[in-house]
Ligand binder design. Structure first.
Ligand code: 13P
Ligand code: SF4
Length: 364
């Protein structure tokens, strides 16, 4: 999705890291309890050190929902996370995303028009009342509202299994978007096989499927993926295992199923942090997720060897947009009573997206 972030003033562009730290620290103490900074695990260290709470998508959405005191929530993460925080917080609370161009390329792979088209096409060949739409947290508020209106729910990488089980109690089929990999990995974890799944290609009529495919499938998986996690390949796992027999492989469920299948453990960013923390001293751990988290884990556990499975470093370029300069600008603006980069979801969309998010929070 195209968003426009105005260029920062020279003061911030030309500042040294020390100056930015001083400015952020001063603004933060001036704002005191009025401010809450949330940081997703993929954020840079220069940003993460200021976070009052760190978390995965699920943990941060729960934290936003439970935050009643703070007037300003500065969300150091990406756009869909800030939207969810806005939906789950009270009317008087303001959610700010330090750089408006911090989106998510996967979230942009499903838009409301194409999902509505898919829904209408499905309705022509199957009993649509028995189809439950499930959207991954990594999606726009408009898609969360779409599933809220149609009896579906949101899921994250830490609760996808519970949400999918919940959905299967309510219908015969899931339309799961936008990440085919999380959908496939979850279906396999629940005991489904390849014949239960079909990939829905939004660029083709009826998703590129025959009527019989739609009728047969339990999971219609949107053809979307994460550009960061799709880089991890079987060859990386094989190379790591050859170099470190006895090493531990931990990956995020946005990786493809062949990689997940070879891993020892699979889970959300928070799960990965706990799994590395639980590994024995001396363990050699190959991790399949975004590089800032992998590097932080390596630094926090000097008695273990934590490496990326992919030797060619791959940051999430949109998470990376949030830096100390943008954070300093947002906070100093708040001190001057100017709200910049507010993320505000319109009332009707927020109402239905909240239904879908609260269903998720109730399920888990
Ligand atoms: P988590 O919910 O595991 O933090 O994942 C979010 C994400 O965007 C991973 O790419
Ligand atoms: Fe989106 Fe992938 Fe970045 Fe996560 S890592 S925010 S899914 S592009």
């Amino acid at each position: 999705m195209f968003r426009i972030q105005a260029a920062l003033a020279e003061r911030y562009v030309n500042a040294t890291q020390d100056q930015l730290e001083d400015w952020i620290g001063a603004a933060r103490s001036t704002l005191g309890d009025r401010l809450l900074i949330l940081g997703h695990h993929y954020q840079r260290d220069e940003v993460m050190r200021w976070a009052d709470a760190r978390g995965d998508s699920f943990g941060l959405s729960r934290r936003a929902a439970d935050t009643h005191g703070a007037e300003f929530i500065v969300f150091c993460g990406v756009h869909f996370m800030a939207e969810s925080a806005d939906i789950l917080t009270a009317e008087h609370q303001v959610v700010i995303l330090p750089d408006l161009n911090a989106g998510c390329s996967m979230a942009d792979m499903a838009d409301l028009d194409s999902v509505e088209t898919a829904w209408d096409e499905l309705a022509a060949v199957t009993d649509i009342e028995r189809v439950v739409p499930i959207t991954y947290m990594n999606s726009s508020a408009a898609l969360k509202a779409f599933v809220g209106r149609r009896g579906g729910a949101v899921c994250t990488s830490s609760n996808a299994r519970s949400v999918v089980r919940w959905a299967l109690d309510r219908g015969d089929k899931l339309l799961f978007f936008p990440d085919q990999h999380l959908g496939r990995n979850t279906a396999f974890q629940l005991g489904f096989g390849p014949s239960d799944l079909r990939v829905w290609d939004p660029k083709r009529d009826l998703g590129g499927l025959e009527d019989a495919d739609v009728k047969e499938a339990a999971f219609l998986l949107w053809k979307g993926h994460c550009s960061v996690h799709q880089r991890f390949k079987v060859e990386h796992v094989d190379a790591f295992r050859a170099a470190h027999p006895g090493g531990l492989v931990i990956v995020h469920p946005e990786c493809s199923h062949d990689v997940v299948d070879l891993a020892d453990q699979v889970g959300s960013t928070d799960f990965i942090i706990r799994a590395v923390g639980a590994a024995a001293a001396g363990a050699i751990i190959g991790v399949g997720t975004e590089i800032h988290l992998v590097r932080r884990l390596a630094a926090e556990h000097p008695d273990r060897t934590v490496v990326s499975l992919d030797p060619i470093v791959c940051p999430c370029s949109t998470m990376f947009r949030i830096d100390a300069a943008h954070l300093a600008w947002c906070l100093e603006s708040l001190v001057e009573s100017r709200i910049v980069n507010q993320i505000k979801v319109d009332t009707d969309t927020a109402k239905w997206a909240r239904v879908a998010l609260e269903r998720m929070l109730d399920i888990v």
